[in-house]
Design a protein around this ligand. Structure first.
Ligand code: FRU
Length: 499
């Protein structure tokens, strides 16, 4: 009980009790962001899935609500999405109330156990009180199983350009696209992805939407596609593809038509960001693409050393699409709403660093709720740089950057409890640096049990959890071989006392 609360994040969403995995059904309406999630209220491991529910005004501070969807005789309630049906295309609206429609997968456990193939189908439910209570549609399933094993995680969006509801659905080795006018009748229009990209596992939890390329009037479509196992560092991971969509077919960019198994297009390279998708119905005036993922990995999620609750979500992030050297990249940054929780900054002017430069110790900032930003200039061709979180107990989490290889590696083998699974820290994870520049910007977000690194304005993102026995008291940077410069250092303690 005690250590459980010691591991509970200060500002990342966790369920009060028991098991959580994927974010589901995220939508915004009238000032409130909704987050539903795969939830098993009766145990601290995966089980018959419900949709739990939480709400927020800022995507940072969350309030858990009543369970939104319960399993029934048709099956468990697996992952899916929700849309705000403004024009009442579904016909669920009554007395002028706007229906919110959830589209989810029914998973029929007995069929799955018997080794049948058709145990997953798509179903809908609607809410007339802005997402607080839900009614399942009597005509479910709306998309019966056509004989495909692993047929799940519908992500529906309103495709404004082609005036249709558009569903991306995952199967083992590809994404299927369906369209509808009323959210009840679905027609398959195309599929994508077989033989392209990472496939060392089952494709799950897709998302598909248009984005404007930063600084241009150009629009491209982005397909986010999680898979498990087979992620960048094994286990769970989320890759993406960029291309064009004509209302029927998704055509990836030339350089993404034939991606290798090990490619560089990942929403996050760390081990702990899975099944992430974007919020529906964000107002056009806002225009942001807002994303959040499950901050764990199926390799060890059910064994991590908390008992009364399990798993947190990542910080909410803004995705951007940029074009650099002729290629499209999806970047992420923490949502700007986080900034209002910053205390007075601790700033340092240009510093010359060598072996080990202490940038923060606890007297300055509580590293269990902190944002740290700095840049390094003059990276040497063959330089190796490290960023280290440590404490007096000798625990440490080390991120190394090898500039000759342009590669990060993350070692959490001494960062606290890890004996619960040999998959957790047996080998360091790695991440490519996406740009070759010899100066680097680092933006780090720290909670009690997680580190989120947004490098080079979010081109390389690394999210990893840890279970240190004691809080970090020091953050340092260094290089064994060379001197280098640390510029524009600033750090903030984040304070979440309810205003
Ligand atoms: C991804 C996933 C989904 C599925 C859900 C079940 O983590 O396996 O594909 O809908 O979890 O909880």
């Amino acid at each position: 009980e005690n250590s459980d609360e010691a591991y509970r994040p200060n500002f990342h969403f966790t369920p009060e009790k028991n098991w959580m995995n994927d974010p589901n059904g995220m939508f915004y309406l009238d000032g409130t962001y909704h987050l539903y999630f795969q939830y098993y209220p009766d145990d601290n491991v995966w089980g018959p899935m419900h949709w739990g529910h939480a709400t927020s005004k800022d995507m940072i501070t969350w309030e858990e609500q009543e369970i939104a969807l319960f399993p029934d005789e048709k099956g468990y309630i697996f992952s899916g999405s929700a849309v705000v049906d403004k024009d009442n295309a579904s016909g669920f609206g009554e007395d002028g109330k706007t229906p919110v429609v959830a589209i989810f997968t029914y998973h029929e456990p007995k069929g799955a156990e018997k080794g049948e193939k058709d145990y997953q189908s798509q179903a809908i439910a609607y809410s007339l009180d802005k997402g607080m209570t839900w009614t399942k549609y009597k005509g479910n399933p709306v998309l019966p199983n056509p004989g495909i094993e692993n047929f799940r995680d519908p992500k529906v969006t309103w495709d404004k350009e082609h005036k249709q509801w558009l569903m991306a659905l995952a199967t083992t080795e590809k994404t299927l696209f369906y369209t509808s006018q009323d959210l009840k009748e679905w027609k398959k229009v195309s599929e994508f992805g077989q033989g392209n990209g990472a496939h060392d596992g089952v494709w799950e939890c897709p998302d598909f939407f248009p984005m404007q390329v930063e600084g241009t009037g150009e629009t491209k479509w982005v397909l986010i596609q999680s898979l498990n196992p087979g992620g960048y560092n094994g286990g769970s991971g989320t890759q993406y593809f960029v291309g064009d969509f004509d209302g029927t077919t998704f055509t990836p960019e030339e350089n993404m038509t034939n991606l290798e198994e090990k490619h560089d297009y990942w929403i996050d390279f760390g081990r702990d960001n899975y099944a992430g998708v974007t919020w529906a119905n964000v107002p056009e005036e806002d225009g942001r693409k807002l994303f959040l993922g499950w901050m764990s990995n199926w390799l060890y999620a059910q064994e991590v050393p908390t008992e009364t609750w399990r798993s947190a979500m990542t910080i909410a992030r803004e995705l951007k699409l940029i074009k650099e050297d002729g290629q499209y990249l999806v970047t992420s940054q923490p949502v700007e709403e986080l900034q209002k929780f910053r205390s007075e900054p601790v700033r340092k002017s240009t510093l010359s660093a060598s072996k080990d430069l202490k940038l923060i110790d606890t007297s300055a900032i509580d590293l269990s709720k902190a944002e740290v930003k700095f840049s390094i200039s003059g990276l040497e061709e063959d330089g190796n740089y490290h960023f280290t979180l440590s404490n007096e107990q000798g625990e440490k989490f080390v991120v190394n950057y090898d500039h000759s290889e342009q590669k990060f590696s993350m070692d959490r083998s001494k960062a606290g409890a890890n004996d619960f699974s040999d998959k957790f820290s047996g080998t360091p994870s790695t991440a490519p640096r996406i740009t070759a520049s010899n100066s680097m910007e680092v933006h780090m977000l720290l909670d009690k049990t997680s580190m989120e690194l947004f490098i080079d304005n979010g081109k390389t993102v690394i999210t990893e959890i840890f279970f240190s026995e004691q809080p970090w008291d020091t953050f340092s940077v260094g290089s064994e071989e060379k001197d280098f410069m640390v510029d524009s250092f600033e750090a903030y303690e984040l304070n979440f006392n309810k205003q």
